[in-house]
Design a protein around this ligand. Structure first.
Ligand SMILES: [Zn+2]
Ligand SMILES: [Zn+2]
Length: 792
């Protein structure tokens, strides 16, 4: 027999190897093997078996790594899809589907020595004092790890060996599972009653899991009609619809068929659960997972890395820690030790853990059979991997769901435009939870026009009088305040603080990037440049102080200390997040009320639930709004909605202040009214005009190197090659090359070329071909990002 092997070194081909008879019963598709390659021994994965090979004198497989096949055929198929769709080498895709801790040849279960008390025949012999103490512990515990016993008895191994010699105990190695949550006491939780909206959402999901046609009644019917009509009007303009990834390869023919011919095939099995903050999405997930378990299937739950807190994990563990549906819940994320990750992964592979919960890469968890995939906070950009393979876990989830017949539930209070658009297209089914589960009201959002606070010749103030007064009042009432500053206050665009004017690219409608060193404005999509104006270009304004510097959370903290010396203020930004313990301690202190005002960046916008927070302030909403990215408006809307969702989770009604220099921007105004649908309609018009996703698809090509001339030269060469290779694709827009925004302290130069097309399938296939034939200077690297999420 012959094995086809994909090697883990940078090669795009499969190689044939001979399977020696002694390994015949161990080698299967998916086995990890060590093979000779030239003079080296390398690792690879068996991707196929064959009777014969076109090559003579094949070398033999040297050994098989791991007792169980690690990459199951289903996961292998998924890895191949990733390689094709995201234009990366198959071995790169293959690497991403197994955690490092599992791929590693030496990775294994941890064995520890256990001491077990043996039955005593007749009288217990007289024991020396130390041995007696050890025996007393063993009588009580019966069995425990040697190291623990020694610590408890404060003695040495020799004492225990003494008992072993007397035939009283047995010492033997046993597998000891590393459980990262062993120290947490998790109390079982009961199924909670659902409100009508939750019930109908769950019913639709369950119907689909049972293979039936889902009928969703209110509240969907009343909300979806404007969306439907909107999409129809879009379709009349768009020639071919933006597809979701699954529609792009021959491996998912079902989708293509399903969307064309909805009457004869099963209903869409992807749901978008759009629920306002606090609407009880998690309870819907939990009950849907319970249904999967009842069907004898498992589930994968994806949550953004930052929301993967012990509290989140506990909610899932608590529900399935006992009762008839009891199962292990395995957790996969980057904060675990390599050993813990190894054990958690194998608990899933062995089928003992039927539920896998984790960040992005948990989408590859070998849960089998798979009944349900939940992607919580589906709009989160952290689902996109920023290095090759640049996959989006939400999109991989949808493809995997289709390949394995699993239902996929995407959940969010602020869905991505992509997902909402797919609902309008009938590819996903929209489920709505329009009210908070506990009948709490959504907070009142007040937008403060910061232009009113600016005095010519004076520094731009951090706090408006309105916000200052509100903080003073809440602190005095012993309520808590969260203040939010985006991205540590660094502004990459140019905005006039007096009138709100922002310099924008006339071609791309994104903010121009302000290059401080060269004193110019530059569009990093199409390379349009403009001089920095000496005075505000707004004829009614002419403010000479248009260039103002950003502020950081430290400055906010310092100002607060001056304004409210009696309040206990703590800052939380990415510096603090690096120290994991500080992050937990601060949140803990805030929870118990040791902190009055919490100042932070993005990280405090996510899923945290503090009942005593009644005031949330967003210091400069414009900092998010004028990032040089076409998604800046969407991101601001999401951010304001999520941040506002932190207020009023308890008994006292919440209040939100949004300070902005462009207070009438639609992203701010729709967020103020909690109006997602309105925002969607308005934003889609802009996306449609410029063929930005979801109205079109994007591939972003970035060249990077230390020598700017070489990078620029390579970018121009690449553009010419692209024009030849893909220029004939209908509706293609080729923008750039343009210098990418320079990160501070960066020593590399980057140039980007953006391709926009109606569909991705043809484009990504031809891109892959072109890239393989391209010769670039050695010190210039090319990165291809299909469906990029971050352009700024
Ligand atoms: Zn101005
Ligand atoms: Zn431009």
């Amino acid at each position: 027999m012959i094995a086809r092997v994909t090697l883990e070194i940078a090669l795009r081909k499969e190689f044939d190897y001979f399977i020696p008879p002694e390994l015949a019963d161990q080698v299967d598709v998916g086995s990890r093997v060590q093979v000779p390659f030239g003079a080296r021994k390398v690792l690879g994965c068996v991707t196929g078996l064959a009777e014969e090979s076109a090559h003579a004198r094949l070398k033999p497989i040297l050994k098989v790594i791991g007792a169980q096949t690690l990459v199951t055929p289903k996961i292998l198929k998924l890895a191949r899809w990733i390689g094709e769709y995201y234009c990366c080498a198959p071995e790169t895709a293959l690497k991403s589907v197994l955690p490092e801790a599992v791929r590693h040849e030496q990775a294994n279960w941890r064995e520890r020595l256990y001491v077990r008390a043996l039955p005593v025949n007749g009288e217990l012999p007289k024991l020396p004092k130390r041995q007696k103490e050890v025996w007393r512990i063993l009588e009580e515990r019966r069995e425990l790890p040697l190291s623990e016993l020694l610590a408890l008895a404060k003695t040495t191994a020799a004492t225990v060996r003494g008992l072993e010699d007397k035939g009283l105990v047995a010492i033997a190695p046993e597998i000891s599972e590393r459980d990262p949550y062993a120290r947490d006491h998790i109390l079982p939780s009961q199924t909670l009653p659902l409100n009508p909206a939750q019930s109908s959402a769950l019913a639709a999901i369950i119907t689909s899991m049972d293979g039936g046609k889902s009928k969703v009644q209110s509240p969907k019917s009343k909300v979806q009609s404007p969306l439907q009509s909107r999409v129809q009007s879009l379709e009349s303009k768009v020639q071919s619809p933006a597809e979701r990834p699954s529609g792009t390869t021959p491996q998912a023919p079902v989708t293509e068929h399903a969307t064309r011919n909805t009457q004869h095939v099963s209903p869409p099995s992807t749901f978008l659960l759009h629920g306002v903050t606090g609407s009880g999405k998690t309870e819907v997930y939990l009950q849907a997972i319970a249904h999967a378990l009842e069907q004898g299937k498992g589930a994968i739950v994806l949550v953004p890395e930052i929301s993967l807190t012990p509290q989140t994990v506990e909610r899932f563990k608590a529900r399935f820690s006992s009762g008839p549906l009891q199962t292990l819940v395995a957790v996969l994320h980057s904060h675990l030790s390599a050993g813990e990750r190894h054990d958690e992964w194998h608990k899933i592979r062995q089928g003992r853990a039927r539920i896998a919960i984790g960040a992005r890469s948990a989408i590859f968890a070998p849960v089998e059979p798979l009944g349900l995939i939940v992607v919580d906070e589906e709009h989160e950009h952290s689902y996109k991997q920023e290095e090759a393979p640049r996959y989006h876990a939400r999109d991989v989830a949808i493809v995997r769901g289709q390949m394995e017949g699993a239902v996929v539930v995407l959940g969010s209070a602020t869905p991505s435009l992509e997902s909402y658009y797919n609902c309008g297209k009938g590819k996903y089914t929209l489920l709505q939870l329009p009210e908070r589960a506990d009948d709490k009201k959504l907070p009142v959002v007040r937008v403060v026009d910061m232009r009113q606070t600016v005095r010519p010749g004076k520094a731009v103030p951090l706090f408006s009088p309105q916000l200052k007064e509100a903080i003073a009042r809440r602190v005095e009432q012993k309520e808590q305040v969260i203040l939010f500053l985006n991205r540590r206050g660094y502004s990459s665009s140019l905005q006039c603080p007096l009138c709100g004017y922002v310099a924008e690219c006339p071609n791309c409608s994104v903010s121009l990037t302000y290059h401080r060193h060269e004193q110019k404005l530059c569009c990093h999509i199409c390379a349009h440049t403009a001089p920095v104006p000496a005075v505000c270009p707004n004829a009614k304004c002419r403010n000479p102080a248009i260039r103002y510097a950003g502020v950081g959370t430290q400055k906010v903290e310092a100002t607060l200390a001056k304004l409210f010396p009696q309040a206990r203020t703590v800052r939380m930004d990415s510096d603090v997040l690096k120290r994991k313990e500080d992050y937990r301690r601060i949140l803990g202190d805030f929870r118990v009320g040791k902190i009055d005002i919490l100042v932070g960046t993005q990280m405090i916008a996510k899923g945290l639930h503090f009942p005593n927070v009644t005031l949330v302030g967003i210091i400069y909403a414009d900092l998010a709004l004028h990032q040089p990215d076409f998604r800046a408006g969407e991101r601001t809307f999401q951010l304001l909605t999520q941040v506002a969702g932190r207020a009023g989770r308890g008994d006292i009604e919440g209040e939100v202040f949004v300070q902005a220099f462009t207070p009438f921007h639609p992203a701010i105004q729709f967020a103020r009214r909690h109006d997602f649908e309105g925002f969607y309609q308005q934003e889609m018009e802009f996306r449609e005009q410029l063929k930005y996703p979801p109205a079109g698809r994007i591939a972003l090509l970035t060249l990077k190197g230390r020598n700017e001339e070489k990078v620029k030269f390579s970018a121009d060469y690449l553009k010419r090659e692209l024009e030849k290779a893909v220029g004939d694709i209908k509706g293609l827009v080729l923008a750039g090359p343009a210098p990418a925004p320079l990160l501070r302290a960066e020593t590399y130069y980057r140039y980007q070329i953006m391709l926009r097309a109606q569909r991705m399938a043809a484009l990504s296939q031809r891109l892959a071909l072109l890239i393989r034939s391209l010769t670039l200077p050695e010190d210039v690297t090319l990165a291809v990002d299909i469906d990029p999420v971050d352009l700024a």
